[in-house]
Write a protein that binds this ligand. Structure first.
Ligand code: 7RM
Length: 653
């Protein structure tokens, strides 16, 4: 059950910016950090981060006192993160490409050097300041993958303002919720996005979201396609009119280490998405450190993470980590299959990517298209291949390793979360012998604990349980914006003194970790994290729906699919029209990336006599294991389950 380990090719072990070159180095760093976390992280941060006032203290506070308020890192430090990401590089890397961008159409390329990016961020910051943006205020960024999205994030940071990027696939309703929740007075968007040859009406969706929202003072609009857009005089401002003429010098607003850098909304098991708050000093330290260490970063790397800046992967490993390290970071506007399934490897050949970071769902989808799309391009530049977002099945891992990487590259399966800020359990490219399907070992500072759900006690040695982490690390989210109690209730109330991740996990006898997936009501569809509660709330928008229960089920390509059980109101009848309407309502409430795979009408939901929905039964049916329903003795009405099992037949695709 331990699986095979793979050798690390010699070329991955030579000449990098990472201190961890071997598994002994990892062990030493891990133990050093465990023995003296403050000393370890103070050394790291003084080395990697440009501080105006270098910190002298590490961690203050802990999980046991989390109710009273967040813990802090580097409490007496002062900085502005853009000085680490931009200013410090001007002298030695001014002409180095900071952002390499490829648009939706192959070959539509832009390059911004560190000098260009610094000037553009300063211009945008000056423009935002002239529009009235101040330190601490929130800015929603609702854009596609254009360089200006990163510029907008950094411009906020330059002013000490707090950005909240909303993925461009989200609906007007989801956008409005986020604008309201964080009290944003500014929105930055673009006329339209471009993806897979189609336009995405970002400005029109913004207008819809802001209808009647008088809290938003200004909307800054980048022209990407030139498509027609509505215009609200006095509120809307064109990016090119405000930014292009602004001064390319903007003094950086110096803030305390634990000043918020951004809010990012993420789905949980209950209620609306939570706005997790990441801070300047700790987050930057952790993303810079893990980026160079895990990927074995070198000065001449062409580093490509093909995520979207709307998710945490884009924040940490397209923008902040790579720019802090002075890397060339790639931004990609299109999809893995546009114009065909060779797009990634065509770009590897044209741009010479050395590090490539994507999600298992993309790997599975591309593997299914056959090897020719890969092998017809030259991939000899590749050295390290990463994955993130969901468990990677060994078949996909081996295809990535053998076919994409020609057996030459090392694979880093990186486990982490919006909450962790950066990579927490992962191979370190030059050090850890990987095993297909395992995220392997914890990063320094991460102390995993597997809790036994039956006894509520930690499991020692090999075993399987609920993944918790014992101590804070610098990159950890500090709170939920405006609702610290919710942060405490979600993450710290399951097990006293531990952070609970929501994932299940197995530890093998080599001390390697194997993430088994979410144990709560979060589903992971194509690497997108979604709450079943959000789907249920969306379905209930339709007046024909009386009750709805949504669960995940294993899906060959997407990792998990979405299965919705729907109870109609009395007098309503199921029809194709109704089915289409329900698909539409989910899309309009959540967004285009949210789609129910199976909509099953049921006469009722399986409930206990006290009225609690027995989701375990619904999961089993959706998984195709109706023969393993377990204990059903507490069911109020067993006939409902028979009908559900019968109705599910033939829906498993
Ligand atoms: C970075 C990101 C977090 C959830 C997490 C897991 C799952 C992420 C892996 C993984 C197995 C991995 N942030 N997850 N990486 N599962 N192996 N390497 O994805 O907040 O959007 O999602 O994603 O369930 O809890 S996220």
């Amino acid at each position: 059950m331990n699986g095979d380990t793979y050798d690390i090719p010699a070329r991955v072990r030579e000449g990098s910016t990472s201190d961890i070159r071997s598994i002994d180095d990892w062990r030493r760093a891990y133990l050093d950090c465990q023995a003296d976390p403050d000393g370890f992280w103070l050394d790291v941060t003084r080395d990697l981060v440009e501080w105006r006032a270098a910190p002298t203290v590490g961690l203050e506070g802990d999980y046991r006192h989390i109710k009273g308020g967040p813990f802090t890192w580097f409490g007496d430090g002062q900085l502005n993160v853009t000085e680490t990401c931009l200013d410090q590089h001007l002298e030695e890397r001014g002409d180095k490409t900071a952002i390499l961008w490829e648009g939706d159409e192959p070959g539509d390329v832009r390059r911004l050097t560190y000098r260009d990016l610094h000037a553009e961020v300063c211009r945008a910051a000056n423009a935002l300041q002239a529009m009235g943006l101040h330190r601490g205020e929130r800015v929603i960024i609702y854009m596609g993958m254009v360089p200006e999205a990163a510029v907008a994030m950094l411009a906020c940071a330059r002013l000490g303002a707090v950005h909240s990027v909303v993925f461009g696939g989200f609906s007007a309703e989801a956008l409005r919720d986020r604008v309201r929740d964080c009290g944003a007075e500014f929105v930055i968007t673009q006329d339209e996005g471009m993806r897979g040859g189609r336009t995405i009406p970002l400005k029109a969706t913004t207008d819809e979201a802001l209808e009647g929202e008088h809290g938003v003072k200004k909307v800054l609009v980048l022209k990407r396609t030139g498509g027609d857009v509505g215009w609200t005089e006095g509120r809307d401002v064109w990016w090119h009119e405000a930014v292009e003429g602004a001064s390319p010098d903007c003094p950086a607003e110096v803030v305390a280490a634990d000043h918020p850098l951004f809010i990012l909304y993420t789905s949980g098991s209950t209620g609306r998405p939570k706005g997790l708050v990441h801070t300047c000093g700790g987050y930057l330290t952790y993303t810079a450190y893990t980026h160079r260490t895990v990927f074995d970063l070198r000065e001449d790397d062409v580093y490509a993470c093909v995520a979207d800046v709307g998710w945490i992967t884009g924040h940490s490993y397209i923008v902040y980590g790579p720019l802090a390290n002075g890397a060339t970071t790639f931004m990609f506007e299109s999809t893995p299959t546009y114009p065909d399934a060779g797009r990634y490897w065509d770009m590897v050949q044209r741009h010479g990517f050395t590090i490539f970071y994507t999600a298992p769902t993309a790997i599975r989808a591309l593997a299914a298209q056959g090897d020719d799309f890969v092998t017809k391009y030259d991939r000899s530049s590749l050295r390290v291949l990463g994955t993130v977002g969901e468990p990677i099945n060994p078949d996909a891992w081996i295809w990535y390793h053998q076919v994409v990487g020609e057996g030459r590259c090392t694979i880093v399966d990186t486990w982490w979360q919006t909450e962790t800020g950066g990579i927490a359990i992962s191979p370190i490219a030059p050090a850890t012998a990987p095993k297909p399907g395992s995220a392997t070992r914890p990063m320094p500072g991460i102390e995993p604990v597997l809790m036994d759900p039956k006894t509520d006690r930690p499991i020692r040695g090999p075993g399987q349980g609920l993944l918790c982490i014992a101590q804070p690390w610098p990159g950890q989210a500090r709170t939920v914006f405006g609702d610290h109690d919710r942060y405490v209730a979600t993450y710290f109330s399951n097990f006293e003194g531990l952070y609970f991740t929501g994932d299940g996990c197995r530890r093998d006898s080599d001390g390697y970790y194997w993430i088994t997936g979410r144990v709560d009501d979060v589903i992971n569809v194509s690497g997108h994290r979604m709450g079943t509660a959000e789907f249920e709330a969306a379905l209930l928008h339709d007046e024909a729906v009386g009750e709805a229960a949504v669960v995940g089920f294993p899906h060959d390509l997407k990792g998990q699919g979405v299965w919705a059980y729907v109870v109609l109101q009395a007098g309503e009848r199921w029809s194709d029209d109704l089915e289409q309407r329900l698909h539409k309502v989910v899309r309009s409430v959540i967004g285009a990336h949210a789609r129910v795979d199976v909509l099953q009408p049921v006469p009722g939901l399986p409930k206990t006599r006290s009225g609690k929905v027995m989701r375990r039964i619904l999961r089993k049916v959706a998984e195709g294991h109706a023969d393993q329903l377990g204990d059903t003795s507490t069911l109020a009405d067993p006939a409902v389950v028979d009908a559900i099992v019968e109705g599910a037949k033939g829906r498993h695709g």
